[in-house]
Design a protein around this ligand. Structure first.
Ligand SMILES: C[S@@+](CC[C@H](N)C(=O)[O-])C[C@H]1O[C@@H](n2cnc3c(N)ncnc32)[C@H](O)[C@@H]1O
Length: 369
């Protein structure tokens, strides 16, 4: 037999029963055909099942180069950003009174950042990548601009702002290694909250989102730039919303205690009052539907960014709840979205795992109908 296993019925191992083994074998082969084939992504994700990760805080901490490297591998995220940027640029082309130099001649690009030298009647777009990291969003902006017929430094000025000095060095290195793409891009090592652009801003591109949407302080970081927007300026992402649902996950919940031992916090309760990023696997959701939690639309209208939400969950079965699972969805621009909400998860995207908010120690919620 061409197989990887052999079934033997030890109680009745005589010749007659070998024909039965064949039946078992055929049935097992059938079961294997029903199992979906593992992709390389499944193998990567397997290692993250129920693994606790502390949510990143890129505003407070400078991220390591390998963290940026992980981000940059998630191509689908950047593909969608590029699509959104292209749509935004095309919006300016149709409504923004642009006359693109690229469509007029094959002229050699000069840097016309010196405004006194440039033609004042011509609208030149000012695009900012805020929190540029090592440059993947700037690269996608450049690709989108070139594909949409813009000349960099002529029809569009691009500026990258990054506060992490190490990541900023990588941006400078891009200018050395790929001058044809990045030499015309202005690189600034600054905190975007203090940053005052010298001209009005047309497009703001950022990716400051966490597993629960705003938990990496995207609204707080971006609010300052709003003072420099034109009437038709576009911010990408345009909006984001977090979602939540109760989860029953005894193994994961117990695991929260062990983080205590690992990081030597004295009070167990503190451990249970912190969210974790976890690819929840040993988990059961008594309510499938997620409920909307916090939403932000850019530019934000209300400068007070605090939000409180009361959510009612309707249970139709008895359950024990060990906390809540959190997700987010973002509208980048127009109809381009990125989501980690289970029923609309962006295919193959791995940049964000769900957020887990454990219920407080010794206080599971028993739902009794
Ligand atoms: C989630 S990372 C994304 C980086 C990059 N856009 C990418 O896709 O790889 C967020 C970046 O924003 C930067 N950042 C966060 N807050 C910032 C601030 N207030 N001013 C400037 N950069 C900031 C971080 O250092 C980090 O590089």
């Amino acid at each position: 037999m061409d197989d990887s296993f052999l079934l033997i019925d030890m109680n009745n191992a005589n010749l007659e029963n070998f024909s039965k083994i064949k039946d078992y074998y055929i049935y097992l082969c059938h079961l294997f055909t029903l199992h979906h084939e593992f992709s390389s992504k499944d193998y990567i994700l397997f290692n993250y099942h129920d693994l606790f990760q502390t949510p990143l805080q890129p505003l407070r901490d400078n991220l390591q180069s390998q963290t940026y490297e992980c981000f940059e591998e998630d191509l689908i995220k950047y593909d969608l950003y590029q699509k959104a940027i292209e749509k935004a640029l095309n919006n300016f082309k149709t409504k923004g009174k642009l006359s693109l130099a690229a469509s007029q001649s094959n002229m050699i690009i000069e840097d016309k950042r010196d405004i006194s030298k440039s033609n004042t009647n011509k609208r030149i777009l000012n695009a900012y990548v805020l929190g540029a990291g090592r440059g993947p969003l700037a690269r996608r902006l450049i690709n989108a601009a070139i594909d949409s017929g813009f000349l960099i430094g002529e029809d569009i000025y691009i500026t990258c702002v990054e506060k992490n000095r190490n990541a900023f060095n990588s941006l400078l290195y891009l200018q050395l290694c790929e001058p044809e793409l990045f030499l015309k891009v202005k690189m600034l090592n600054a905190d975007m909250r203090d940053f005052k652009p010298d001209q009005k801003v047309d497009i703001v591109i950022s990716e400051l989102l966490g597993s629960f949407g705003d938990n990496e302080l995207s609204p707080e970081c971006l609010i300052g730039i709003q003072n420099y927007l034109n009437e038709d300026s576009i911010m990408i992402p345009h909006s984001y919303t977090s979602f939540i649902r109760p989860v029953s996950c005894p193994v994961v919940w117990s695991g929260v205690k062990y983080i205590l031992i690992f990081i030597k916090i004295k009070k167990v309760d503190n451990n249970y009052q912190s969210p974790y990023v976890i690819l929840l696997n040993k988990a059961y959701y008594p309510i499938e539907k997620v409920e909307e939690c916090f939403s932000f639309v850019h530019p934000v209208k209300n400068k007070d960014l605090n939000q409180i939400k009361s959510i009612h969950f309707k249970f139709d079965k008895e359950s024990i709840i060990h906390g809540f699972a959190g997700y987010f969805k973002t509208n980048l621009y127009d109809d381009v979205e990125i989501s980690i909400v289970p029923d609309s998860h962006t295919p193959t995207m791995m940049s964000w795992f769900p957020m887990y908010f454990p219920s407080i120690v010794r206080n599971h919620l028993f739902i009794i109908l």
